[in-house]
Design a protein around this ligand. Sequence first.
Ligand code: AMP
Ligand code: ZN
Length: 479
Amino acid sequence: MHEIQLHNTLSGKVEPLLPLKPGQVGMYTCGPTVYDYAHIGNYRTFVFQDILRRFLKWRGLKLNHVMNLTDVDDRIITNAAAAGVGIREYTEKYVQAFFADCKTLNIEAPEHWIRATDHINDMVALIQKLQQNTYTYPSEGSLYYRIAKFKDYGKLSKVDLSGIQAGARVDNDRYEKESARDFALWKAPKPGEHFWETPIGAGRPGWHIECSAMAMKYLGETLDIHTGGIDLAFPHHENEIAQSEAATGKPFVRYWLHAEHLLVEGEKMSKSLGNFFTLRDLFAKGYKPSALRFALASVPYRRQLNFTFDGLQQATSSVERLRNFAARLKSEKFPVGNQRGMAERIAQAANDYDAGLSDDLNTARALAAMFDFVREANIAMDKGEFRQGDVAAALEFLESFDKVFAVLQDTDGERLKELGFGSGEGGVDDAEIEKLVGERQAARARRDFAASDRIRKELADRGIILEDTKDGKVRWKRK
Ligand code: AMP
Ligand code: ZN
């Protein structure tokens, strides 16, 4: 086992992970803002967090992972008021869609799923502490955080404070410019919009105080790990640090981890460019959940991920290759005994795999270790140089791989059905059928009957029937 190393945005360095309490990790993840359906960029970040939590667990750490649903937000409150419904009613559809998407992508539930609307009192109590410590000032019914008083402001994002105007205030939580501003902790009510009556006045919390209050409530004043997409480092996480540390006088987070963004065909995803995708958009085009999970996980989180349909197609084949290999291991009868050198080869592959993930979650390196092994083992099997005695160790390696990557179990059809994609066929198109038929023919040609049977079954599950003709060709039809 290799030492786990993670890149900490705070230090700008890759550091060994040394949790506050040995063997345990307290981790907080900023969850989705549930005012719309989440897109594949959001899921890039959520899949990264899932790979991280699964890896830490697999390495034997006890995880206490908290993830919130941001259901108090300016856009939510405004949209709910416009629709004439309460916040819960307005967000419910998006919350349920998010949970369903997470299940579809095999994103594990954290130990605590929490909602901002359930923690208003905790936010108020934290603001009161900041008031006592004189970090706040009122203005037009709102309460602001006085950044100039917090000497460490900017230490996470390295934002430049030289241009800051004393008392420059911003009410908007997601300000773009790289300039620090006094931000709202508590916002005055707006006419016709939802507010809470509290000891600090009527109003609603700012976004940043939500995460500080919830993270510390469940994980204590100092967290081991805090994660999010790179866009959250400033101002959101910078402001979380300012609030939490000004209230407690203690370090808020030991390791900050940020995922780089997903781009589509090299461009920023946006509705106006027509390159904006939700999971359902991709499933409607016939792509599988496992392929999307694989595609999102395969690029190390600190590299931008350029999403392309070619890449998604390749991910489909990669998952297929792994599943075929697992099926071959389980169903083929190999000669008895052990092949000389094979046990060492498997141990080496497992070691390389762990080295990859331990190296700041380098998923590309871990996958290379797996696929090199699969290629070599398949060749050995074809040559009759893989033996029954090595099957258990190879399967064990695959299992440990899947504890983290979670793509081997074929639940695609079932999940698609749950999302309402017909019988789980997911709009399977002719090109994809032809491709699978071709793969099956190739498997038969190399006498890999386990793989060819798997593909036949997969097609059958999706309503496609194959007929082998006398001249060695294949016809297919829809049921
Ligand atoms: P939001 O719902 O906007 O609060 O975002 C939820 C998560 O998705 C946050 O961690 C964001 O940083 C992350 N995120 C937003 N856009 C992208 C993107 N294009 N690629 C990767 N992560 C993103
Ligand atoms: Zn947050």
